[in-house]
Design a protein around this ligand. Structure first.
Ligand SMILES: Cc1cc2nc3c(=O)[nH]c(=O)nc-3n(C[C@H](O)[C@H](O)[C@H](O)COP(=O)(O)OP(=O)(O)OC[C@H]3O[C@@H](n4cnc5c(N)ncnc54)[C@H](O)[C@@H]3O)c2cc1C
Length: 678
């Protein structure tokens, strides 16, 4: 009898220790010993295995989806993800990425005679456009707004996004902003008459139809500072069109406001609509939305598309995200509509930030996982001192540490995504009894969601970058190559693109400050603690893990509470507090995941995370929180065997690499000599 997909997910996070996998590893590690001098075409040339399907090859991804989706949803979405994952590593998509990498965008403002174009011409590559269409068609925005998966829709959207982002050549950025605008505008619709243009804008930005789809961007950052947008030098003047110039159907390019100013960082400038902050005469910020172009009638009666008051000063020359057109723009009388209440621009745009930040951390995880897949491909292939790299003890430890880190933050990511999903679409009534420890609907969810969204964005983006550096180094010198024609093995691409995720939508400092101030606001710390202590830590069945987490949270809370009286001093430790918070919450979620089905590998990850402080979230932690007790003791051999299981899903082969040169040792790595231990 066939097993249902969701049942397969509950299978151990390990492959059966058959020798097929080992053979496939070792086939590559056979050393070619040549007696002839090498030439350009002869001698040893390494060849990496093809990148595996990121959906079917990633047991942690599959498991986390089985954790956050009920079987009825999982079974429906999984075949689509399998197919989409196959496409994500296909030659066709790799060709598009190469094209986007090799043809960065450029702007033309005038024709050869010097005449100004009616609108600045931003030229982007074919690859960039095709990758956008591919994502839109597969629901990387729309899935978050379609009714098919009810309350779980954001989780399914980010199941797609996880596979999409690392193959999107940073189209993930416009996707994230469009997705955020979908939530923001969606909330305005109920108070607006049906002929109001926001209905059509919302339909366009949330459709899967790439012929109809609109991309939205947001322009907040100005030269006086992006973290504190209050210094904005952009102004909005109320200036409705004269009645005779207005059309009967309330056109989107007939807004009542004119916006002028200079925006310093504007990504996705090939968008159709843009959100922008500007000050009204009160000096307070309000939020506006405008089409980037408008149709005008010329004196001869013909129609022309011209700029809606937007002029490119220049495209920015960035370290990464080069495919993405990020520009400095001058706005001059941009005709726009106000979104939300006047003078409440920051509050209004915050609705969007929870969505874009969620995209950010899922994108970072996607790129990190791709980097790991590439590095693992090299480890399977490479031998050094005549021993296979994939079983080198130190290399295994490095990869195992990364795997644990990844699994902990994957839990944090999908838990946080589920809160966004349920806060917007209602809490599900059909969730399994073993479902993750959710906060109560209403106030508790609001408090927990806000803290975790900012935390997950900052911590995951930072840790992903550090991990991608490790992936780069794990590839040796080739890891440092940046070959646009070979995206399938280019870790530099993933690293330089992921680095932007640390800064936009709030730097690590800004988010740390936000988390600390939020938790110290009113009763929020008590509300958060009631959830963490009660629903999460209090229900961990592994008592050793429960005790450790309890102590950690008590220490961390003790570091936060003085901030009620002296905020400045506690803010100085803001990063350490936020990263430690991520560590405690992820530890609790890993423990719940393990007890869901008693999976041995999940249990090992949870115990390593909590009891050994392994994997972890990097340098910014309070040591007393993360290492609050004696580490769990291991037999070194047992530990190494677990490293191998966590990374490769199999036991360490009997003739695994020693990791040093032993003169008497025969070369290892012949497939027939490898026997998996049971
Ligand atoms: C590739 C890329 C694309 C971008 N695209 C867009 C876009 O489309 N739209 C848009 O609006 N912006 C965009 N940005 C801009 C980005 O959002 C800002 O750079 C970011 O918000 C920081 O603002 P800033 O550059 O002015 O730095 P500043 O705000 O001047 O920050 C400088 C330093 O001060 C620290 N700091 C600031 N405030 C605090 C605080 N309260 N506590 C502690 N430390 C603090 C910061 O952490 C940072 O290290 C983009 C940036 C990049 C790199």
């Amino acid at each position: 009898m066939m097993m249902a997909n969701h049942m397969l997910c509950n299978a151990p996070l390990m492959r059966k220790p058959t020798s097929n996998f080992l053979k496939s590893c070792l086939l590559h590690t056979r050393r070619l010993v040549s007696v002839k001098p090498s030439t350009i075409d002869t001698g040893f040339i390494l060849s990496l295995p093809k990148l595996p399907n990121p959906a079917t090859s990633d047991l942690a991804y599959r498991r986390v989806l089985a954790c956050y989706l009920p079987p009825s949803v999982f079974d429906r979405i999984w075949p689509r993800l399998e197919k989409f994952g196959e496409e994500a590593v296909s030659d066709r998509i790799n060709d598009h990425i190469s094209d986007a990498e090799k043809h960065p965008p450029y702007v033309k403002t005038r024709n050869v005679w010097g005449a100004k174009y009616p609108h600045d011409r931003l030229v982007t590559s074919e690859g960039w456009k095709r990758l956008g269409e591919w994502g839109i068609r597969n629901g990387v925005v729309a899935a978050g707004y379609e009714a098919e998966f009810g309350p779980y829709r954001r989780i399914t959207q980010h199941a797609v996004n996880f596979l999409y982002s690392s193959s999107s050549a940073v189209f993930s950025c416009p996707v994230s902003m469009t997705s955020g605008a979908g939530r923001l505008l969606g909330r305005q619709l109920k108070d607006l008459p049906l002929q109001h243009p926001f209905h059509e804008v919302h339909r366009r930005i949330t459709t899967r139809d790439s012929n109809e789809n609109w991309i939205s961007s947001q322009w907040m950052t100005e030269r006086p500072g992006g973290s504190d947008v209050q210094g904005s030098e952009t102004f909005a003047v109320l200036s409705p069109l004269p009645t005779q110039d207005k059309t009967a159907e309330m056109g989107f390019d007939e807004g009542d406001w004119l916006i002028s100013g200079y925006k310093f960082f504007c990504s996705a400038t090939d968008c159709d609509v843009a959100l922008m902050l500007a000050k009204t005469e009160s000096g307070q910020l309000s939020l506006f939305i405008a089409p980037t172009k408008r149709t005008v009638q010329l004196p001869d009666g013909s129609k022309q598309l011209e700029t809606n008051g937007i002029r490119f000063h220049r495209l920015k020359n960035k370290m990464g995200t080069k495919e993405l057109p990020t520009a400095e723009l001058e706005l001059k009388d941009v005709r726009a509509w106000m979104v939300g209440p006047i003078d409440r621009g920051i509050m209004t745009i915050a609705t969007l930030l929870n969505v874009t930040r969620t995209h950010n951390f899922i994108t970072a995880l996607s790129c990190w996982r791709r980097g790991m897949a590439i590095a693992k491909g090299l480890a399977r292939t490479r031998t050094t001192i005549n021993q296979p790299l994939w079983t080198f003890p130190m290399h295994l430890r490095l990869l195992a540490g990364m795997e644990i880190k990844f699994q902990g933050l994957l839990q944090l990511a999908y838990f946080t995504t589920s809160l966004l999903s349920f806060a917007d679409n209602g809490f599900p009534s059909d969730k399994p009894a073993t479902y993750a420890p959710l906060p109560g609907p209403g106030e508790q969810t609001t408090v927990v969601q806000r803290a975790l969204t900012a935390t997950a964005k900052a911590v995951i983006c930072k840790v992903s970058c550090i991990a991608l550096q490790e992936c780069q180094e794990a590839m040796g010198g080739v890891g440092y190559m940046d070959e646009p024609d070979e995206p399938e093995s280019n870790i530099s691409r993933l690293y330089r693109d992921t680095a932007a995720n640390m800064t936009w939508e709030g730097t690590t400092n800004v988010l740390s400050s936000e988390v600390v101030r939020h938790l110290l606001n009113g009763k929020n710390l008590d509300i958060f603690s009631a959830w963490l202590d009660g629903a999460v830590i209090g229900r961990v069945s592994d008592l050793e893990v429960q005790e450790a987490l309890k102590t950690s949270w008590a220490v961390l809370k003790g570091r936060l509470t003085p901030g009620k009286k002296d905020l400045g001093f506690v803010l100085a430790e803001g990063r350490e507090i936020m990263f430690s918070l991520a560590w405690v919450v992820s530890g609790g979620l890993l423990a719940h995941d393990a007890q869901r089905d008693g999976n041995a590998a999940a249990l090992e990850v949870s115990r390593r995370w909590v009891l050994n402080g392994e994997g972890g979230v990097g340098e910014f932690v309070i040591p007393e929180v993360v290492h609050n007790k004696q580490a769990r003791k291991y037999e070194p051999k047992e530990r190494l065997n677990w490293d191998c299981r966590l990374v490769w899903g199999v036991d360490l082969p009997q003739d695994a690499a020693l990791g040093y040169r032993a003169p008497s040792r025969k070369p290892s790595g012949e497939p027939e000599k490898v026997v998996a231990r049971s």
